[in-house]
Design a protein around this ligand. Structure first.
Ligand code: DHB
Length: 507
């Protein structure tokens, strides 16, 4: 039979294997992994180093394939596995903008290449999204409306576990990584393992009948908590409406209506800070400031210059960096400082007393000045003041490609009907697309380990979104590594030393 060890051996030695080596009790049928379908390749890392790997590509992870362009996954096995049979599987989703993505090959310039180089198994699944379509009886069907992209990722994880005895690496140690809409998917996968809410869908798709839990979730700038994201955006950035944001009277009215809804939501979360103090709408901004101050601290400590004009209040005595040259990142992300490439000087000490406070409104105006803010409503925009749907309106649309509202607020504005409410079906779809609904104490459905990053100048969603996600996870007892890296815009897979150091630490 082909045991995982034998397959690993064959990858390392190049010995041929065939599906005929399979024993009767091994995975069988449409979802059985075929180890014979391998090709050898290598990745040239920016450092010049070559990473050799074996590729297994184009495997369907559901038996009832609806969209053959997207419902496949690729697996990459490096020549030497970091931890033998217990090597984690690094699963990277390339979902962006809630769009479909094909299964991709590893890249030397992101976490997939680094993961291979570190000796991890890498899995890159495709998944349906807002723009994926098939023709059915002469009609165009949108295949990736919510929650289908998420279901595809769950099915891919089930495939890995179903074939655990055949695929190198340990399916009990899957680490999912995604950015933006992909970060939202990572948060959803991490918080909804084996939840019954998804069962009937997964059964219909012909997903393997096994667990879809993961070990760790890596979320870069997750665009999530979509049904509260509009109010969270306005509540935070409303201070810029009359200034740098340049809103017209209609937009200001929408902004103010949304702002008014946010305190009740914040209070409903029952969040606590690290010392157990209650966080509510009244002290929330002070809580947020602690994360931004920590970010500025670290940047200053590492030698970044922060201008005096953007709201970061520094102690008058400036640290002396000795005029040494900037600490440069290698092209593969090694050595990258946490705050991006601007104004770097080497770390000279671990003084943490550089920042005394932050003028939040001033800092938010700075962020809004770097990249213009979204106009209200930032996410459920369709039909409120303009007809243009956002990616979120499209992903909550129907199979015919008609966009939809996913909040009562925007639906009421579009229909000009104060009493309109979302359909039960839409309420359910929105519910199962929000990780905040599934984070509860000691739940086996929630990944034990979380790595969450949101750039300190990322305005694609409100800072409240990642802060609430991280806080709710921490409050519920999970291991959370959360930071707002200084000077980072909306982006992912940066500071790979940080990420892979963290992965080492949780293993
Ligand atoms: C993404 C960015 C957004 O601002 C958004 O609303 C949805 C998705 C993205 O980059 O994936």
């Amino acid at each position: 039979m082909i045991s995982k060890k034998l397959l690993t051996f064959s990858i390392m030695t190049g010995a041929a294997l065939s599906a005929a080596n399979l024993q009767a009790d091994e995975p069988s049928g449409k979802l059985a992994f075929n180890p014979a379908a391998a090709r050898q390749s290598s990745l040239k890392m920016p450092s010049g180093e070559t990473v050799d790997y074996t590729a297994f590509e184009g495997m369907f992870y559901v038996s009832n394939v609806e969209d053959s362009t997207y419902q496949t996954l690729n697996i990459y096995v490096p020549q030497s596995l970091k931890k033998g049979d217990e090597t984690p599987i690094f699963l990277r989703t390339y979902i962006g903008g809630y769009m479909a993505t094909t299964a991709k090959t590893p890249s030397p310039s992101d976490a997939t290449g680094r993961a291979l180089k570190e000796g991890y198994v890498v899995c890159i699944p495709g998944s349906r999204g807002a723009n994926s379509t098939v023709m059915e009886n002469g009609e165009k069907i949108y295949t990736g409306i919510a929650p289908n992209g998420l279901l595809d990722l769950k099915a891919a994880i089930r495939y890995l576990r179903y074939n655990d005895s055949l695929i190198p690496g340990d399916s009990e140690r899957i680490i999912i990584d995604g950015t933006s809409a992909g970060g939202a998917m990572s948060a959803l996968v991490g918080s909804t393992g084996d939840r019954p809410e998804y069962d009937s869908y997964l059964k219909k798709m012909g997903a393997a009948e096994t667990s879809d839990k993961v070990f760790a979730s890596v979320c870069y700038c997750p665009i999530t908590d979509l049904n509260h994201a509009d109010m969270e955006y306005e509540w935070l950035y409303g201070c810029t409406n009359a200034g740098v944001r340049h809103l017209n009277a209609d937009q200001i009215k929408i902004s103010e209506e949304l702002q008014a809804e946010c305190p009740a939501y914040i209070n409903s979360l029952n969040l606590k800070d690290k010392s157990g103090n209650i966080i509510n709408a009244d002290n929330y901004k002070d809580y947020l400031k602690t994360f931004l101050i920590a970010s500025a601290h670290k940047a200053l400590e590492e030698g970044c210059e922060i201008p005096d004009t953007i709201g970061i209040i520094k102690y008058s005595e400036k640290p002396n960096f000795g005029g040494r040259p900037a600490r440069q990142a290698n092209a593969d992300g090694r050595g990258a400082p946490s705050f991006g490439p601007a104004g770097m000087r080497p770390r000279i000490n671990n003084n943490t007393d550089f920042v005394s406070g932050i003028d939040l409104d001033k800092y938010l105006s700075y962020v809004a000045g770097v990249t213009p803010l979204k106009t209200p409503p930032a996410f459920d925009q369709y039909g409120v003041l303009i007809d243009t749907p956002t990616p979120e309106n499209n992903v909550f649309g129907d199979e015919k490609g008609t966009p939809a509202n996913f909040t009562d607020f925007s639906l009421r504005h579009r229909l000009k009907d104060d009493k309109a409410t979302l359909s039960d079906e839409m309420v359910k779809r929105v519910y199962i697309m929000n990780p905040m609904n599934f984070i509860t104490q000691n739940a086996t459905s929630v990944a034990p380990h979380w790595f969450i990053r949101h750039g300190a100048k990322d305005r694609d969603t409100s800072f409240l979104v990642p802060v609430n996600l991280a806080t709710k996870l921490m409050n519920s007892g999970y291991d959370v590594n959360f930071f707002l890296p200084w000077n980072r815009p909306h982006s992912g897979d940066y500071n790979l030393d940080d990420l892979f150091g963290w992965i080492d630490s949780i293993l």
